[in-house]
Design a protein around this ligand. Structure first.
Ligand code: NAD
Length: 348
């Protein structure tokens, strides 16, 4: 039994990662496409052997409700469109997989969760890192306290951007700048590996004056998250430096380091153990899996066996609550407390 996916939006992520990954899935398959470009969609449909009746425009999107081959709608649109298409998709009676960041604001996330609950469909946010073997292994090592107690996390996700006309640089479509686009990986992965929620954030944000890339959205955000058990996470995300994607967890008895931490592949986990005078560093050779196939098969498994996804809508909401606190702290120049009581019950 393979669960049928309608992929909405034929941009870079869909064309280069999601559609090829669907072909390698064990429990998921492509069942429909939704695009604003009929020519592009015709070519893609032919490439993946999809019939023309399974191709929809944004105007005919709601007709997906009558397509029995479609179980899941996968939203791969600019962030500012996620809310509308998730809610319409839920009303069509389909389960929803939504790309990160879940929406533009925490308020929108709440509406999306409510709409999916009302329609009795499942909602998952596509946090592929949480399904990636190296990151899962590291989380397990921390849970077993193999390196003693965790004391600090350093996380950084940086890249350079070049096109000021792209939707990522327009506030209405992106919801923010570098923070919701790639900084969210530092935030979400830190929460995932620690299995804890921050209680306070303190942040700094900057955009170079006169740079057309950053007239609407921010260029850099650097923030600290504090956890109730005294752990500190220092995170940085930048849109105007050479690519760098890593994190390091500092523990009482050693450290763990993840290079290429948030990349589509090539994660490299190394560790150093302080054991008397001896220090050991090694690569933990784990098999690479396709992260997109793994996450889609997880969601399909949840549908087949009626389980809650590992990264439900509440997980996306929690990141938005924290990102809003980060922006507030940067604006006010003061630490901001986070009240996670709303989401905690659903997450841990
Ligand atoms: P993209 O710009 O390559 O594609 C966006 C698609 O949306 C295009 O096909 C575009 O035509 C379509 N679109 C529909 N209405 C639009 C409008 N009003 N304005 C602009 N485009 C419109 O973007 P992408 O990189 O594919 O990102 C899509 C989503 O996937 C975003 O939410 C992004 O954050 C997310 N994403 C996730 C990952 C990941 O690793 N999980 C990686 C990249 C992107």
């Amino acid at each position: 039994q393979r669960v049928g996916y309608a992929v909405v939006g034929l941009g870079h992520l869909s064309l280069e990662e999601i559609l090829p990954a669907l072909g390698t899935c064990k429990k998921s398959k492509l069942a429909a496409l939704v695009s604003g470009s009929p020519e592009k969609m015709k070519k893609v449909a032919a490439q993946y052997g999809l019939k023309t009746e399974s191709c929809y425009s944004y105007e005919t999107y709601d007709q997906l409700k009558d397509n029995k081959e479609v179980d899941v709608i996968y939203i791969v649109l600019p962030n500012g469109l996620h809310k509308e298409y998730v809610i319409r998709g839920a009303r069509a009676g389909k389960h929803i997989l939504c790309e990160k960041p879940m929406a533009n604001t925490a308020e929108e996330c709440k509406e999306m969760i409510a709409a999916c609950n009302k329609a009795n469909v499942k909602l998952m946010v596509a946090y592929r890192i949480q399904y990636q073997p190296h990151n899962r292994k590291l989380r397990e090592i921390l849970q077993k306290k193999e390196f003693g107690e965790v004391k600090m996390v350093e996380a950084s996700n940086c890249q350079s951007t070049a096109n000021p006309d792209h939707w990522r640089h327009k506030l209405k479509l992106a919801g923010g700048g570098v923070l919701p686009d790639i900084g969210i990986y530092c935030l979400n992965t830190t929460r995932f590996i620690l299995g804890e929620e921050p209680t306070e954030v303190f942040a700094y944000q900057y955009s170079t004056p006169g740079n057309p890339l950053f007239t609407e959205v921010e260029e850099v955000v650097s923030w600290q998250m504090r956890f109730s058990n005294g752990i500190i996470a220092n995170c940085t995300t930048h849109y105007n430096v050479h690519e760098s994607r890593h994190y390091r967890v500092l523990c009482e008895k050693g450290w763990l380091n993840m290079d290429k931490a948030y990349a589509y592949k090539g994660q490299k986990l190394s560790q150093a153990k302080a054991d008397g005078r001896m220090e050991l560093q090694q690569d933990i050779g784990l098999a690479e899996t396709n992260q997109f196939a793994t996450e889609m098969d997880h969601f399909s498994d949840c549908i087949i066996n009626n389980k809650k996804p590992f990264t439900p809508g509440e997980e996306g909401l929690q990141d938005h609550i924290i990102m809003e606190a980060i922006y507030k702290s940067a604006r006010d120049g003061k630490p901001v407390k986070i009240n996670s009581s709303q989401t905690n019950a659903a997450l841990h």
